[in-house]
Design a binder for this molecule. Structure first.
Ligand code: SF4
Length: 345
């Protein structure tokens, strides 16, 4: 919902200012899913709001619940008919929304189902922030009792290739008039669009940055992630050094362990060396995750292989965490979005 547009509509139609507070309460506290649910508003105002647009900028087509994890995935149809996916998960005590920033993705990472779709278009800030509003409504409707506490830009698309709309979406999400999610609870995950790091540090200094690394060998990383041909490991290191200096913030290095592909002793050595060459290497934190069988012949990696890789990496004085892969049974885990064609309900 474009709340600024709603405010303008209400003001220019001559409704008193307190109606805006009522609209905010209906949408952002009571979780109204359409204007007819906002019973506190007079019928004339509801009619005006309906005429100017729906609360959400898309229509949910399918919602799936994982049978093994606290994870939900939604397929959403945008106004132009394109479809995106968004995920809600509770990895700990709080709910996190994993949002998409593009329909499809131009970067074509080998392990990612979204990359196989190709690029359709950038999402607007409204379409991005509405994914969180959608999950907020869902939590209220399902009486799951809690709010969305964290937002991660790890869904479909490369957020730094849709930079302006992503920055706008972060401002919308953190606006106390909207959902008021603190920027320190928002993370942007990039495949390595290094020329945007300095701008991100300046524009959103509170937001967390995560870099999908997956390999510390240029040739091998380039095969997994074609973006490495434009921004190789040396370019990433320069941009990250600068980012760490500007922000003083911890940066997360995401590393999907693909058994037999990027977890051999040589990979550990190269990754350990790459990290230790940073001036502020103590600000780098590696998150390891087991590969999901998203596309083609990829084989799921066992937890033992991930633990072994973690132990070897710790031998290089690197800070490492193991992230549990959630929602694999509904293709909601990393690299799986858009991995199946969904039929319309
Ligand atoms: Fe795009 Fe991210 Fe998938 Fe790479 S992993 S193709 S950047 S969505």
């Amino acid at each position: 919902m474009d709340f600024e547009k709603v405010k303008d509509t209400v003001k220019s139609a001559g409704f008193p200012a307190y109606r805006i507070a009522q609209i905010r309460a209906a949408v952002f506290r009571a979780g109204a899913r359409d204007w007819d649910c906002a019973a506190a508003l007079p019928a004339a105002l509801r009619a005006l709001l309906k005429e100017s647009g729906d609360i959400l900028s898309f229509r949910p087509v399918l919602i799936q619940a994982s049978k093994k994890d606290p994870v939900y995935k939604a397929l959403l149809q945008l106004k132009d008919g394109l479809r995106i996916e968004t995920v809600l998960m509770r990895p700990g005590r709080t709910w996190s929304a994993c949002v998409s920033s593009q329909a499809g993705c131009p970067l074509g990472c080998a392990f990612c189902a979204t990359g196989k779709m190709g690029f359709k278009r950038n999402l607007t800030a409204e379409e991005i922030s509405d994914q969180v509003l959608f999950w907020y409504q869902f939590l209220l409707k399902e009486k799951l009792g809690e709010r969305v506490s964290n937002v991660v830009f790890m869904g479909m698309g490369e957020p730094l290739l849709n930079y302006n709309e992503v920055v706008k979406a972060v401002h919308i999400l953190s606006n106390p008039d909207f959902l008021g999610i603190g920027q320190r609870h928002i993370s942007v995950s990039t495949a390595g669009v290094a020329d945007k790091f300095a701008k991100l540090a300046a524009d959103l200094p509170q937001v967390n940055l995560a870099l999908s690394l997956h390999n510390a060998d240029d040739e091998e990383r380039g095969r997994l992630m074609p973006v490495n041909k434009k921004f190789n490991l040396a370019a990433l290191k320069d941009a990250l050094e600068d980012y760490l200096k500007r922000s003083g913030r911890e940066v997360f290095l995401e590393y999907t362990v693909i058994d037999g592909v990027n977890n051999l002793p040589g990979h550990v050595r190269k990754l350990g060396k790459w990290i230790n060459e940073f001036r502020d290497h103590y600000l780098l934190h590696v998150n390891l995750i087991a590969c999901n069988p998203a596309v083609g012949k990829a084989v799921a990696t066992g937890q033992e292989a991930v633990k072994k890789f973690a132990a070897a990496l710790r031998g290089f004085n690197v800070r490492v965490s193991l992230r549990k892969s959630l929602g694999g049974d509904i293709a909601a885990a990393c690299g799986q979005l858009a991995s199946k064609n969904r039929r319309r309900k």
